[in-house]
Design a protein around this ligand. Structure first.
Ligand SMILES: [Zn+2]
Length: 187
């Protein structure tokens, strides 16, 4: 009895586990979905693999490292993030924007995109999965390398290292950010 309870508990835990790249990546050779799997051999790690062709499987950490190289190009200090948020709040007041969900989502996205590396380190897998699905499309794995396109409207910010331009970019694309509010709230 005890043993079966234990087993059930374990299965529940497993089913709750969210892989970071769940449903995000397709195989660059055959176009099938790339799955995440857990390797219990020697060093425990998560690897990504296609079950339909010989595209080599790859440790999830290697793909995370490839993203980190891009994400770490933009790092705002806490003070810079605060400054940007204050400037946006001031704009919302001036324009009498009363949509609280939108305002909160925008402030949150500034905080996250301002230091993506830190967010990726500190968040659980579910939040990472939501964030990556927000930011990236056409994720393709081929020979242990991930290619992707950055989604609008986040690409406008992520391709603008000079954060002093972020306020104007966000205001210009406010409608596009509005469409993302529900997803951003889930993070
Ligand atoms: Zn394949």
């Amino acid at each position: 009895m005890l043993r079966s309870n234990h087993k059930e508990g374990k299965q529940q835990q497993l089913s709750k586990y969210v892989y970071i790249f769940r449903s995000l990546i397709t195989c660059g050779y055959c176009g099938h979905k790339v799955f995440s799997d857990y390797s219990a051999k020697r060093n425990k790690y998560i690897y990504l693999r296609c079950y339909h062709c010989k595209n080599p499987s790859v440790n999830e950490n290697i793909i995370l490292q490839q993203l980190e190289e891009v994400f770490s190009k933009i790092i705002l200090s806490n003070q810079e993030i605060k400054h940007l948020q204050d400037a946006l709040n001031k704009h919302f007041e001036e324009k009498r924007i009363r949509n609280t969900e939108l305002k909160e989502a925008i402030l949150k996205i500034v905080e996250i995109l301002g230091n993506l590396s830190l967010f990726m380190q500190q968040s659980d897998n579910k939040a990472k999965n939501i964030l990556l699905s927000l930011l990236l499309s056409n994720c393709t794995l081929k020979d242990k390398k991930l290619t992707y396109t950055l989604n609008k409207p986040f690409n406008y910010l992520l391709t603008t290292p000079n954060h002093k331009e972020w306020k104007d970019i966000i205001i210009k694309h406010l409608k596009e950010f509005k469409k993302m509010v529900l997803m951003i709230e889930k993070m």
